[in-house]
Design a protein around this ligand. Structure first.
Ligand code: GLV
Length: 308
């Protein structure tokens, strides 16, 4: 019985060390050193091999090493094979940090002051109270909820939107298509933390931007496929949107010369908002293996009908 890892090998070495401590009875291998393919029962992968079903006929669980599974080709994964997203505290912490950085930079006019410094300008602008800056989050999974909780602690009026109804302390929760309209109408800083599915692809489009207050900020930490790039350029050009912070794009990286690279209203980072941390990821996997063995539901089990 083998646990196989197929993602960044440097981080895999840390997984190996930690799993050896926490589950010494479970042999661990790093791709491409797969050993006997029939022995592979558990696979943790960012991108599983194409011929997964034939290569590992005895596979019992496929773990994503990332928070999302949109990079998986579900058509090539046996329908009965449980697929588990990475739900671990390290990813959550990183995401909360990144979004906080982006929200506070916007709230405290960081880019204006950077531009002023370069121009040799000493000029103060009024410090707006946090209570005047309305934050809205699309997607109320583990990440969306943690992000909202932290933004709420600064005093930003917080709202969230999800497919199905949710309740969150101190957060104005909306759901469904009508709920989206209500959320957008009251949001100055919009954060996308949705999973990428057939129903969320291209959601960040002109129709959505048009429902935000003029000059709103977009922070996309979901997936590049959520955004219609031309619509964003248009919205920034007309002032419909003020700024955008993009940690994800499609494709990654963007081709040389793409307008986002140099756009004065765009901050672009290379998909680093958050990363799976081996220390906490291994704890999450060990806990899920324990649950699996005891017949309990695993944390992050993907519902294929929903796509997350
Ligand atoms: C990164 O984007 C992840 O899915 O963990």
């Amino acid at each position: 019985m083998t646990f196989l890892y197929k993602a960044d090998p440097a981080r895999g070495a840390v997984w190996a060390e930690l799993l050896a401590q926490k589950m010494p009875e479970l042999p661990f291998r790093i791709w491409p050193d797969i050993g006997d393919p029939h022995a592979v029962r558990f696979l943790a992968a960012w991108e599983p091999p194409r011929d997964l079903a034939t290569q590992f006929p005895n596979l019992e669980i496929l773990f994503s090493t990332g928070a999302g599974t949109d990079q998986f080709d579900f058509a090539a994964i046996p329908p009965a094979l449980p697929v588990v997203r990475m739900v671990e505290s390290g990813i959550v912490q990183g995401m909360v940090e990144y979004v906080t950085l982006a929200v506070l930079a916007q709230h405290r006019d960081w880019r204006t002051y950077q531009a002023q410094q370069r121009a040799g300008t000493w000029q103060a602008h009024r410090v707006q109270p946090a209570s005047s800056r309305r934050v809205g989050v699309l997607g109320l999974g583990t990440l969306g909820r943690a992000v909202l909780e932290r933004q709420r602690s600064f005093g930003f009026p917080c709202a969230g939107w999800s497919r199905s109804p949710q309740q969150l302390y101190g957060v104005d929760c909306h759901h469904g298509p009508e709920g989206l309209q209500a959320l957008l109408a009251r949001t100055d800083i919009l954060i996308c933390l949705l999973p990428l599915t057939d129903s969320t692809r291209g959601i960040l489009c002109q129709r959505l931007f048009d429902q935000l207050p003029r000059g709103a900020t977009l922070i996309n930490v979901g997936r590049g496929g959520h955004l219609v790039q031309d619509d964003l350029l248009q919205a920034l050009g007309t002032g419909r949107l003020g700024n955008a912070v993009l940690d994800v794009c499609d494709p990654e990286p963007l081709p040389p010369g793409h307008p986002f690279w140099t756009h004065p209203q765009v901050v672009l980072t290379p998909h680093i908002a958050s990363m799976t941390q081996p220390e906490t990821a291994v704890d999450a996997v060990v806990e899920n293996l324990r649950r699996y063995r005891q017949g309990l539901p695993m944390v992050g089990l993907v519902d294929r009908t929903l796509g997350y």
